[in-house]
Design a protein around this ligand. Structure first.
Ligand code: GAL
Length: 810
């Protein structure tokens, strides 16, 4: 693997990386990982970026688990390889990710293991075994060994604020480099800059040590407020200049580009986030990155999934759908289908992978303050790629503008058009197979080569007009279908000009030299797929086949005269395949399907149908119920519980009353926690004052002698809650017991004041109120069964908690 300022070069070939983020603990059923990878691959992605969660793999210090259930990351690599997806590994040790403690092992978040995210030797010793072990598994799956791994990220959004070789951050990055080297990782190291806030860890910028091979910049231009999904929409046009400063000798890499948004407690819902980052956002923003020479791009998230069990940080609730291209229920959203228009273009357009940035601005053809353009030129064959948007990208009005460009067949003068919030590519001297488009004002989706002839797909919004010239072609053109009103003109007996207006649907232009150009409107184009005939993530035009119709086409294979396709349908669906002429058998999901040939020699069939699922009537089921909190009963037997007797803690927040009531200090990190505090009636206790650290949206309830005395219901801002509950309804005796149940919404991420992941979870102050200074005589606590060690390797630690039924009575 090599790289230069334009792209990665894998096995001697330039590739653009189009990746999306996926977190396996957010879909903890390994068999379903293949589904995600296949959907990404079918949508033209060639890579997935993966955070590995230290918290998930090392619940108890020293008990590293990369085997049980969804912790089996070897299966992850195997499925990726099977699907034809490269992997970008991001193992942390700190990852953020809206996951509890930002991914740090929970035991390393108590304060007992040094200062996280520094070179502190205690912290170093804490993470080193995990990084060593995950590093070895990654090393065994590198592309150099035939595996899918192409890049490994060090730390996460780690701002290099002090360019000093003795700075603790520099030393920490060096520790990471040493650990990955020792584990045998040889693929390029990367990092993700946090917004445009610094230029961190680039060998090209003020390198005082700790720099990685390929610098990256994260960007979320529409932010995270999904309440007004139509606001914002301002394209950032300074990425090219930024990378010129930060990493001019390296390919421009965006490790996280907005693929959706997280939604906070009380937020506007993920469907709104999906609208905010919807099809138009994809069209305008993602294309603009490519035209600023970004050649490694990963969407955060491709599939968000679910914050199962105890995996979330307090900022988010249980869904991590993210409004991502693949929804939480693994449906392909329209924005994914729009993304496919770009990914499939990039994968076969080799000329764009080696280009020079030729400028951008308003002065295209003539000075036009309403228009913005970018231009890239291939220095070898002079292929040009133009990109147009409205200067003010959030406008909804349309715009037409004059085009005057130089091509190998002379000066072209025509007119371009943009709808509101549209981004449009235009090419000149675009090579596909053995053919060349002298220019096209319609956008190119992709092309394949069938029986030695090119099949190219173009798209336009319905109602838009465009034209293109097939260079050197002077034969006849036949148009079939109602998708476009088109005509072909012979140009000077040398070339053929096609002018057309796009209707709804598709028209196939068959050129008498065997070339076919399909003219589809954007919505019809969303239904085009190009399943690969190779398992390599890098798919060339002769290794893909164009299929239209179904909701999803996962794979294609040609064996002799049989074409086998797999995919999903949501209704009975017409299927069309631009397949080789010798195909005599069509197989859809394992069954042979009757087909016909069209006049232009494609295959047509009908597949799918209603799924026929019926749900039981829930009302007629026999329901049972169980007391979920027997621990509130004063006679409950807590003899097996942990006695809270610590008088000191390493946590930076010192408790205001003793003993220490931070369950993490006693080895209970995840899920609901239970406390039982014993007190006598001396001192006339009449109320309890509690100060509790739980992070936002945390909740707590209190019983005395089995009588409920009060709850903290939680809200979207309070991280440390203060509360006083009166004992009015309780008849106090000589011996009393208070039961407290406290939920757990996770540990904070490092940006949360003051101590990030070390902000304590648990009771900071428990004071009985009464005239004669009443006090507790004994505290006991409990959490998930087995504590750090757990009792069930598959569920542990994210899917366990301290409720009675979860503890199986312990
Ligand atoms: C980034 C961070 C990710 C995630 C994202 C927001 O800054 O690197 O881990 O937290 O923000 O979803």
């Amino acid at each position: 693997m090599q790289w230069d300022r334009s792209s990665l070069v894998v096995n001697g070939k330039r590739v653009y990386i189009f990746s999306g983020e996926f977190h396996y603990p957010r879909l903890p059923v390994p068999e379903l990982w293949l589904d995600i990878f296949q959907k990404m691959r079918a949508s033209g992605f060639n890579a997935a970026s993966i955070y590995f969660f230290w918290s998930y793999h090392e619940a108890k210090q020293g008990n590293l688990d990369f085997k049980s259930g969804a912790k089996d990351i070897q299966r992850l690599f195997d499925y990726a390889k099977q699907a034809g997806i490269w992997i970008i590994c991001r193992p942390g040790p700190y990852i953020n990710a809206e996951t509890s403690a930002g991914g740090l092992a929970f035991w390393a978040s108590t304060g007992a293991h040094g200062v996280p995210r520094t070179a502190d030797e205690n912290y170093h010793q804490a993470w080193l075994p995990y990084i060593t072990q995950v590093g070895k598994i990654i090393a065994a799956n590198q592309i150099t060994k035939g595996g899918p791994v192409i890049l490994v990220q060090h730390e996460n959004e780690y701002l290099e604020s002090n360019y000093n070789s003795n700075d603790t951050k520099v030393l920490h990055m060096k520790q990471l480099i040493a650990a990955y080297d020792a584990a045998g990782v040889v693929v390029p190291s990367t990092h993700n800059e946090i917004g445009m806030r610094g230029m961190s860890w680039s060998t090209d910028y003020n390198n005082v040590g700790g720099a990685v091979n390929i610098y990256g910049l994260d960007s979320y231009p529409n932010g995270f407020n999904c309440a007004l999904p139509d606001s914002g929409f301002k394209v950032v046009r300074t990425y090219y200049d930024w990378f010129q400063k930060a990493s001019p000798t390296q390919p421009s890499y965006i490790p996280e580009f907005q693929g959706g948004a997280m939604d906070n407690w009380g937020g506007a819902s993920y469907e709104n986030c999906a609208i905010m980052t919807g099809t138009k956002f994809v069209d305008v923003f993602y294309k603009s990155l490519v035209m600023q020479k970004v050649s490694l791009l990963s969407l955060y998230m491709a599939y968000g999934g679910t914050n199962w069990g105890q995996s979330a940080a307090p900022v988010v609730y249980s869904s991590y759908d993210y409004g991502a291209p693949l929804s939480e229920s693994r449906q392909v959203r329209d924005k994914m289908r729009e993304t496919k228009l770009l990914t499939l273009f990039l994968r076969v357009s080799d000329d764009i992978k080696n280009t020079i940035f030729m400028g951008a601005g308003n002065n295209f053809t003539t000075s036009n303050p309403e228009l913005y353009y970018n231009r890239l030129v291939n220095p070898v064959n002079n292929a040009n790629f133009y990109y147009f948007t409205q200067n003010q990208t959030n406008l909804s009005s349309s715009l037409s503008f004059p085009i005057r460009v130089e091509t190998s067949i002379g000066t072209i003068t025509t007119t371009g058009s943009l709808d509101g919030r549209q981004g449009k590519f235009m090419v000149t001297d675009y090579n596909f197979g053995t053919q060349t488009l002298a220019y096209s004002t319609a956008e190119i989706l992709t092309y394949s080569i069938v029986d030695g002839h090119e099949v190219l797909v173009m798209y336009l919004n319905q109602g838009q007009s465009a034209n293109f010239v097939l260079k050197g072609f002077t034969g006849t053109v036949t148009f079939t279908g109602n998708g476009a009103t088109a005509k072909a003109l012979n140009v000077g007996n040398k070339h053929t000009l096609v002018t057309y207006t796009q209707n709804s649907g598709q028209t196939v232009a068959s050129f008498s030299n065997g070339v076919k150009i399909i003219l589809a409107d954007t919505l019809t184009a969303w239904n085009f797929w190009a399943p690969a005939l190779t398992s390599s993530p890098d798919v060339s035009a002769d290794k893909q086949i164009i299929v239209t119709g179904p909701y999803l086409v996962r794979s294609a294979a040609i064996n002799g005269k049989t074409l086998s396709l797999t995919g999903d349908t949501n209704v009975t669906t017409p299927l069309e395949v631009f397949a080789p002429a010798n195909i005599s058998m069509l197989n859809w999901n394992g069954a042979n399907v009757y087909f016909t040939r069209t006049s232009y020699n494609s295959i047509k069939a009908t597949v799918g149908g209603p799924a026929g699922i019926s749900l039981p009537n829930l009302a007629t089921l026999n329901w049972h119920s169980l007391n979920a909190l027997p621990e509130s009963d004063p006679d409950y037997d807590d003899s097996a519980w942990t006695v809270a007797n610590h008088q000191t803690t390493m946590n930076p927040v010192k408790p205001e009353t003793l003993p220490v009531l931070y369950p993490g200090d006693y080895g209970f990190h995840v899920g609901t926690k239970l406390y039982r505090g014993y007190f006598s009636n001396s001192g006339a206790p009449s109320a309890i004052y509690l100060k509790v650290g739980g992070g936002i949206a945390t909740g707590l309830s209190v019983w005395v002698n089995g009588i409920f005395v009060g709850s903290w219901k939680g809200d979207t801002t309070t991280q440390v809650a203060n509360m006083t509950f009166q004992f009015e309804k309780v008849v106090l005796k000589q011996h009393n017991v208070m039961t407290i149940i406290h939920d757990y919404n996770g540990h904070d991420q490092s940006a949360v004041k003051t101590w990030g992941p070390r902000n304590p979870r648990g009771i900071i102050n428990a004071s009985l109120i009464g005239a004669g200074k009443p006090s507790f005589s004994l505290w006991k606590l409990n959490g998930n069964a087995g504590g750090e060690a757990g009792v069930d390797a598959i569920r542990h630690p994210f899917n366990e908690g301290g409720l009675n039924s979860e503890r199986i009575g312990k």
